[in-house]
Design a protein around this ligand. Structure first.
Ligand code: HEM
Length: 230
């Protein structure tokens, strides 16, 4: 594999799949090192928290009722929350497939997911009370997903990585898999399989060792076949 990475021989005509990497919209960093596609994902992920913030503000100002705010915030948080988590969870397999770092996008999506999960949990407690949070299997799954997201969110920074050491930090962050499974359980039990659940499933498939090897090797092969610029 290392030999392949060393670009053994210049290829006069790269296959079409390799040439795609040279398309400007895929390669060009337009703002702060982000590609247009990454900026699009970040922008879309920002919409739901802004809407929820607006609804909370409107309720505080008395423009809408608490009940309306609650319903709006739940609607704006549930499926977007699943999709945001799914996009974050599938970011690593995408990184293995493309060879392009998705770390900053993943981190941003993680923060947005936590805000949406916090909003879902808070709106549920506001509407129903804390006592019912563990009353049925689908609620237990939602509560577990939210509860485990808390330590992940609180330690998603360099200071925590330094304080804990990377080995312990990585072990803790394996909780992400349980959050993913709990979220899948939450929506499967409700009977609402949306795009977020599909993304989470793809994230799990991408982590199967043989699939992960195939994704990573694909990048190695493309890099090896790419013409060397002297
Ligand atoms: C951790 C992040 C969470 C995400 C991403 C999430 C996502 C979702 C999704 C996608 C739905 C289906 C929405 C629909 O049918 O339109 C849903 C429904 C629901 N969730 Fe969550 N949820 C989360 C946490 C929670 C928590 C902590 C609770 C409460 C303990 C909760 C309680 C509910 C309830 C009561 C419903 C409505 C079920 C129904 O319509 O029958 N969720 N959630």
């Amino acid at each position: 594999m290392t030999a392949l990475l060393q670009h053994p021989s210049p290829t006069p005509t790269a296959p079409a799949s390799d040439r795609r990497d040279h398309l400007p919209w895929r390669r060009r960093r337009v703002w702060n090192g982000f590609t247009p596609l990454q900026l699009l994902v970040i922008s879309l992920a920002t919409i739901a928290p802004l809407l929820i913030g607006g609804a909370i503000g409107a309720a505080l100002l008395g423009v809408i009722s608490t009940e309306a705010m609650n319903q709006f915030a739940l609607a704006a948080g549930e499926n977007p929350g699943m999709i945001t988590f799914g996009a974050m969870f599938v970011a690593s397999p995408i990184q293995w497939l493309t060879g392009r770092s998705q770390v900053r996008v993943r981190k941003y999506l993680g923060i947005i997911f936590f805000l949406l999960a916090l909003s879902n949990a808070a709106m549920f407690v506001l509407e129903t009370g804390l006592a019912l949070a563990l009353s049925t299997p689908f609620l237990i799954a939602g509560t577990v997903a939210f509860a485990l997201a808390v330590p992940l969110f609180l330690t998603s920074n360099r200071r925590s990585q330094r304080a804990m050491g990377m080995k312990r930090w990585r072990t803790l962050h394996k909780l992400t898999y349980i959050v993913a499974a709990a979220l899948l359980g939450h929506v499967i039990l409700i009977g609402d399989i949306g795009p977020g659940a599909v993304l989470i499933t793809l994230g799990f498939i991408g982590r199967i060792p043989v699939v992960r090897r195939w994704l990573t090797n694909r990048v190695d092969r493309r890099r090896a076949a790419r013409p060397r610029h002297t």
